[in-house]
Design a protein around this ligand. Structure first.
Ligand code: 5GP
Ligand code: ZN
Length: 112
């Protein structure tokens, strides 16, 4: 499949990986908007939050626990941070493989 995040998860494309297990991979965004900006994705190709199925419940729950762990490892857990998933044209989604932006390391505003 011609999906850049599938290619990152199967190592066809390089990325700066900060966490990986059998289900999930977390890597630095290529165009960070804050000192800490990583993308947490399931290795399974799911196009967006709207395509999550009941059988993905464990996976999505696990992804949230990974976000917690990575936030601690990046040292943003005490000051706080933001987790964002963009969906569709109004959400300005540009990569159609489910991903959660974890953004922190500076004061964020509602418009980032
Ligand atoms: P979206 O706009 O779909 O929510 O987010 C896609 C994100 O993926 C953007 O923040 C963009 O900078 C990042 N991105 C796009 N291509 C690559 C890539 O090849 N490598 C990495 N590490 N990030 C990418
Ligand atoms: Zn994919």
């Amino acid at each position: 499949m011609d999906c850049i995040f599938c290619k990152i998860s199967n190592k066809e494309l390089p990325a700066n990986i900060v966490y990986e297990d059998d289900q999930v991979i977390v890597f630095r965004d290529i165009q960070p908007i804050a000192p800490e900006h990583v993308l947490a994705i399931p290795k399974k190709h799911i196009p967006s939050l709207m395509a999550i199925q009941p059988e993905d419940k464990e996976l999505v729950g696990h992804l949230h626990l990974v976000l917690q762990k990575v936030a601690k490892e990046l040292g943003v857990d005490e000051d706080g941070f933001r987790v964002v998933t963009n969906i569709g044209p109004h959400g300005q989604q540009t990569v159609f493989h489910l991903h959660y932006h974890l953004i922190g390391g500076r004061q964020l505003n509602w418009n980032m």
